[in-house]
Design a protein around this ligand. Structure first.
Ligand code: ZN
Length: 342
């Protein structure tokens, strides 16, 4: 099979499009022919490397994907050859106490496709049966691949961990990335009033089409002041900040007394400036999470399958052009998901 692999960390030049042996499914596992995969910033961070990361080379990148079941292992009972499937990229053991309690995202031996095991930027992948969800005929491989990781992440953060309720105000800081566009849609669907902060008018216009109620251009105004004034000097119930270093101080200022700040990442850097007086003085709660449980995956993908949530696709590249696709992501000049088609 063809795959995008790396033999060492570095820039896009370390990505290679090569032939690899097609893996074979063991007991409880399924061989999937990938039809579409989607990029995430995580892929670039894995490619660049970080202190302590250990990859088994050659490493195959990619967390998101959808495809067709080609072969089933012994003991697989819920899937058949030919089934169209979406992939949950979170791999758990299914046996530890967290898994037994339905908190498989906290599994003792949790792993993520494309990070701590071979990923989806390949023509085939072997996965546990429980990581696959059968796609309705009306849902394309592209839609499923574009949805998986970002909707799971956004749903777990906003709904499961954040406890978002109808009528609450939500500030989404940033608009271009896949998680933020999923957050805007999920918050809107939940009946919240959605404020979106971005420094690009073009991205704000697209955010409005996804359900944003109030648009704030942070290149023109101090957005935390604007939120304060727009909420009758109260502040927002929930602030979603996946930007990090560049914005977290203002996110803390924009939250109301007793408000929640949700974070699943930090595209501008991980070291956050926190003025602790705001934290205790305003009774704030900072809620971190990453990915989500399989229950979250089924819940949010069901909404995608029903057309209640529609993934935004920016562009599509052939698998062989993963370098160009990653360069587009690194440039920041995109809105929604960048796909690789195999
Ligand atoms: Zn487990």
């Amino acid at each position: 099979m063809k795959a995008i692999v790396l033999y060492k960390h570095g820039g896009p030049e370390v990505l290679q499009y090569i032939d690899r042996d097609t893996p074979q499914p063991g007991p409880g596992e399924v061989l999937v022919e990938i039809k579409a995969a989607a990029l995430n910033r995580l892929d670039i961070w894995v490619r660049d490397g970080w202190p302590g990361i250990e990859l088994e080379y050659p490493h195959i990148l990619g967390a998101d994907g959808a495809g067709v079941v080609m072969k089933i292992g012994i003991g697989v009972s819920g899937l058949q050859v030919g089934d169209r499937v979406a992939i949950n990229p979170n791999i758990s053991c299914g046996r530890c106490l967290h898994c037994a309690a339905g908190r498989d995202n906290l599994c003792d031996s949790w792993r993520l496709l494309g990070e701590s095991m071979p990923g989806t930027f390949a023509q085939h992948i072997v996965l546990p049966e429980r990581n696959l969800l059968v796609l309705p005929d009306v849902v394309s491989f592209e839609m499923a691949a574009a949805a998986s990781l970002v909707y799971l992440t956004a749903w777990h953060s906003l709904i499961t961990r954040g406890g978002l309720r109808a009528g609450e105000s939500v500030v989404v800081v940033g608009a271009g990335g896949g998680v933020n566009s999923a957050c805007i849609q999920i918050a809107h669907l939940s009946g919240a009033k959605v404020y979106v902060v971005s420094d690009e008018a073009r991205k704000l216009a697209k955010a409005e089409a996804l359900g944003a109620d109030v648009l704030i251009d942070r290149s023109k105004e101090d957005w935390s002041h604007s939120i304060f004034n727009l909420t009758e000097r109260r502040g927002a119930d929930v602030v979603v900040d996946n930007v990090g270093a560049a914005t977290f101080f203002r996110s803390i200022r924009a939250a109301r007394k007793g408000g929640r700040i949700l974070t699943v990442g930090n595209t501008s850097g991980p070291k956050l400036e926190i003025d602790n007086r705001y934290l205790f003085g305003k009774h704030l709660t900072i809620i971190g999470s990453t990915m989500g449980s399989h229950t979250d995956f089924v819940d949010v993908m069901t909404l995608v399958f029903e057309g209640m949530l529609t993934p935004v696709i920016d562009s599509e590249f052939p698998l062989s052009e993963a370098r160009a696709a990653q360069c587009k992501m690194a440039s920041g000049d995109f809105f929604g998901k960048i796909l690789l088609i195999t």
